[in-house]
Design a protein around this ligand. Structure first.
Ligand code: BGP
Length: 472
């Protein structure tokens, strides 16, 4: 009973939210570097405001992150001290191909990840690599228009081929695109797309989606060919949509909202476009830009496992307005409490989500993000007593265990989001903290970057040591 013996406990980060060093060792400029903190952030990441160069008076948190580029040895040692079995991180595409369309990679960039993986292996930590976590070299955005251009598939194939070859035998678990469904709402962050005046946004974003889906299938194919031992997964921003009431119209609205998200991983996991999407495209006059072989590539190269982030459930209704941060909005669920940032807290929703995904795909699941973004206030010694975070994680891990034990869902592992404080993707703040490790850095980029263990550090260490049996 309980979790499998080889359960992969760990934590997850993304290059652009922690590495910093945005222009060092040949790294090229990326879309994520140009997403500022503050009031323009949402406009830029959703592709409504074009900001292709740094502007005076703006602060760009990805330029420095938490400077993990220079602290990774110290940070991975702390992860190892917590007993991590895995560490989910992402590759910054523009470290490997600074412009994105070069023939040859940047050796300095590859060396950085050599060193990082070496550090993981030193402590028997299995790297779990997201190939792209919201990042695209800016040159590909400016010269090609991001993922709306089919040429992106070739550039992505070049990237993944280099990665699979270079890290063969070192990395086995891969994810092709982080939260692929987020591109629908955050087109600049997820697809490098700023909409032009008068552009048919629907057509553009689903064209880009097709390109990412085909690129993902190619990555799966190339990864399996280079090393048949590779396990390649898709990644969904998950969280079941509940109907606001049992009125059939609300139930249908919730089902439809769910399908919008499942669409991507339906293709990645089943290898064909689902009928509900084909019909919607038909109604909207959108023709999928299939080229020769696309359908075969999609069909023959489905993912090995389903990974997802879970922070919250969502709610939909036929005639109520959804609200939120403009990314994955939700109608207010009157039964749930919310976090400091207004995100619903719903541990039981994790069980519902896991069952939904497992029933739908019958493939192993991997929870690759879950956590509480909260304001931490260190005491005079710099120590944070984050009982609220422990409570959130405990309740989610309890439910995750119940789901494995009582529903028989096959779960490969769990990586909490942000084991070390890092820049928030949504808001660009440092003060929205998720970590077991506090980083002395504020929303304007001030602070010593000193790392300090929080109370949750020892708690998570115990959870891992007991394979999730002791959650007290
Ligand atoms: C997911 C992203 C992460 C991460 C997390 C928390 O959407 O994959 O990159 O940041 O959400 O969100 P936020 O940082 O906005 O609190």
């Amino acid at each position: 009973m309980g979790f499998r013996k080889d359960f992969l406990w760990g934590g997850a980060t993304a290059a652009n939210q922690c590495e910093g060093a945005y222009s060092l060792d040949g790294r090229g400029l990326a879309n994520v570097d140009l997403i500022p903190h503050g009031k323009d952030r949402k406009l830029v990441l959703t592709g409504q405001r074009k900001m292709y160069s740094f502007e005076e008076g703006q602060y760009y948190p990805a330029q420095t992150g938490i400077d993990m580029y220079h602290h990774f040895k110290e940070d991975i040692a702390l992860f190892a001290e917590m007993g991590f079995k895995t560490y989910r991180m992402s590759i910054a595409w523009s470290r490997i191909f600074p412009n994105g369309d070069e023939e040859l990679p940047n050796e300095e960039g590859l060396k950085f990840y050599d060193a990082l993986f070496h550090e993981c292996r030193k402590y028997d930590i299995e790297p779990l690599v997201t190939i792209t976590h919201f990042d695209i070299p800016m040159h590909l955005v400016e010269a090609y228009g991001g993922w709306r251009n089919r040429k992106m598939i070739e550039f992505y194939k070049r990237l993944v081929t280099i990665l699979f070859q270079r890290y063969k035998g070192i990395v086995k678990y891969w994810l092709t695109f982080n939260e692929i469904n987020v591109m629908l709402h955050a087109s600049f962050m997820g697809a490098g797309i700023c909409y032009e005046q008068g552009e048919d946004r629907y057509k553009t974003i689903y064209t880009a989606a097709h390109h990412e889906l085909v690129a993902s299938a190619w990555a799966t194919k190339i990864g399996h060919e280079i090393d048949p031992g590779n396990k390649i997964g898709c990644m969904l921003a998950a969280g079941t949509y509940y109907p606001l009431t049992c009125k059939p119209e609300d139930v249908l609205a919730a089902q439809k909202a769910g399908q919008k998200n499942f669409f991507f991983i339906d293709v990645q996991s089943r290898g064909v476009y689902p009928n509900y999407a084909l019909k919607e495209f038909e109604r909207n006059g959108f023709v999928i830009p299939f080229e020769e072989d696309d359908q075969r590539i999609l069909k023959e190269n489905t993912v090995d496992f389903i990974s997802f982030s879970y922070y919250r459930s969502r709610c939909a209704a036929h005639d109520a307005i959804a609200e939120g941060d403009g990314i994955l909005d939700s109608v207010k669920n009157p039964f749930l409490k919310t976090s400091d940032w207004g995100w619903d807290i719903d541990p039981l929703g994790l069980r519902i989500t896991m069952n939904e995904l497992y029933d739908r795909y019958q493939k192993p699941l991997f929870i690759v993000e879950n956590g509480l973004g909260a304001k931490d206030v260190p005491d005079e010694n710099g120590f944070v007593e984050d009982d609220y975070r422990i409570d959130y994680l405990r309740r989610h891990i309890e439910v995750m265990k119940e789901t494995v034990e009582q529903d028989g869902v096959d779960l490969l592992g769990y990586t909490s989001w942000g084991p070390i404080d890092l820049v928030s993707a949504g808001t660009g703040e440092m003060s929205k903290r998720y970590g077991f490790i506090y980083v002395d850095r504020d929303d304007q980029g001030n602070g010593s970057l000193k790392r300090t263990k929080k109370k949750s550090f020892d708690w998570y260490k115990k959870v891992i040591a007991t394979n999730g049996e002791d959650l007290s």
